[in-house]
Design a protein. Structure first.
Length: 342
């Protein structure tokens, strides 16, 4: 090959790479601009003061396109759809709050990779403590007293729908800032016998009111179990199978959860388990719900489903009666990770 031909090939390669780079930059800029443009007919959002002490309001992650996308916003619980959303300026991937304590799971771009962290917030959304996360945020819960905080992450960035994945679930006691980095450290009693296995995973913690007892999902041997655990004893015990992402009712008598159903169009279906009788009731929502449901009160559950229009990570919040009657209805368009402030 002659020197002239080599120079020509080099020049063409430089032009081609430059064109690809320019196209990538323009596409990224266009995507960023699109995300910052409010959707026609979408919810109205304004900046304002947001606190976790505001009574009878819903706080949630706003997934509507626009300048306040992914920020925590509040609306009156009596008029969640019609009211203007008040934006806090605090962005979260997953969020939950109780009694003035909030947990905000976030992402931040590092030098070479995406990093994740858990921020513990006070009632004014000020950061009290920050903890690094080992993977992509998935679930977050605060105990009814606001003293205990739990979060689950995907260590390998996979999903519950795949055959193999790894989660890590941590529990933090804010009274002395003692962190249990992984529930896999706890002793397991499965079907009445001590149990150990390399494939153990936990996710979806929900707390009782005694600041010690919790429920969660245990996965091992291609089965999922509902477990009841004790922080003081550092132990969990299995109660029943095929329970994922449990959520304890305010009166402490029932567990809402997603049940894997085979041979149907839906991968999971929402159920409610009576802890006294261990009887499970399927709910009126027949679509596949991949969420840890929230009890709005003792009769009503809220959960997220993917939104319409193909927007990335856009969701709507739906509600359904907890006794198996009624029908699903939309509570919030373009929202995720709701909590009710009382």
């Amino acid at each position: 090959m002659t020197p002239q031909r080599r120079l020509l090939i080099l020049a063409l390669a430089i032009v081609l790479l430059g064109g690809v780079g320019a196209w990538s930059v323009l596409r990224a800029a266009d995507e960023a601009d699109r995300q910052n443009r409010p959707r026609a007919g979408g919810p109205a959002v304004t900046e304002g003061k947001v606190t976790l002490g505001q009574a009878e309001r819903l706080v949630f992650r706003n997934t509507a396109t626009g300048p306040h996308r992914d920020e925590l916003v509040t609306v009156p619980s009596a008029d969640p759809t019609g009211a203007t959303r008040t934006a806090s300026g605090v962005s979260c991937l997953r969020f939950h709050t109780a009694r003035g304590t909030g947990v905000c799971l976030q992402s931040s771009t590092g030098v070479a990779q995406q990093n994740y962290r858990a921020r513990i917030l006070d009632a004014d959304l000020r950061t009290v403590k920050t903890y690094p996360l080992a993977g992509i945020p998935s679930r977050a819960r605060v105990s009814p007293s606001g003293k205990l905080v739990a979060w689950t992450v995907f260590v390998n960035g996979e999903s519950y729908g795949t055959a193999f994945f790894s989660t890590r679930t941590a529990i933090l006691d804010t009274r002395g800032w003692k962190l249990v980095p992984s529930l896999e450290e706890f002793a397991i009693t499965l079907d009445g016998k001590p149990y150990r296995a390399a494939d153990v995973n936990f996710w979806g913690v929900t707390f009782t009111g005694d600041d010690d007892t919790f429920y969660a999902t245990l996965s091992t041997g291609k089965h999922t179990y509902l477990v009841r655990g004790s922080l003081a004893r550092r132990a969990v015990t299995t109660l029943t199978q095929n329970v994922e992402c449990p959520s304890l009712s305010p009166d402490g008598t029932r567990i809402a959860y997603k049940k894997r159903v085979l041979g149907t169009a839906a991968l999971w279906r929402e159920h409610v388990l009576d802890l006294g009788t261990m009887k499970s009731t399927p709910l009126a929502e027949r679509r596949s719900v991949d969420d840890q449901a929230l009890w709005l009160d003792d009769r009503t559950l809220a959960y997220a489903l993917p939104g319409e229009g193909g927007q990335k990570d856009a969701h709507d919040v739906w509600t359904v009666p907890a006794d198996g009657t009624g029908a699903p209805r939309v509570l919030l368009k373009d929202g995720l990770s709701p909590s009710r402030l009382r």
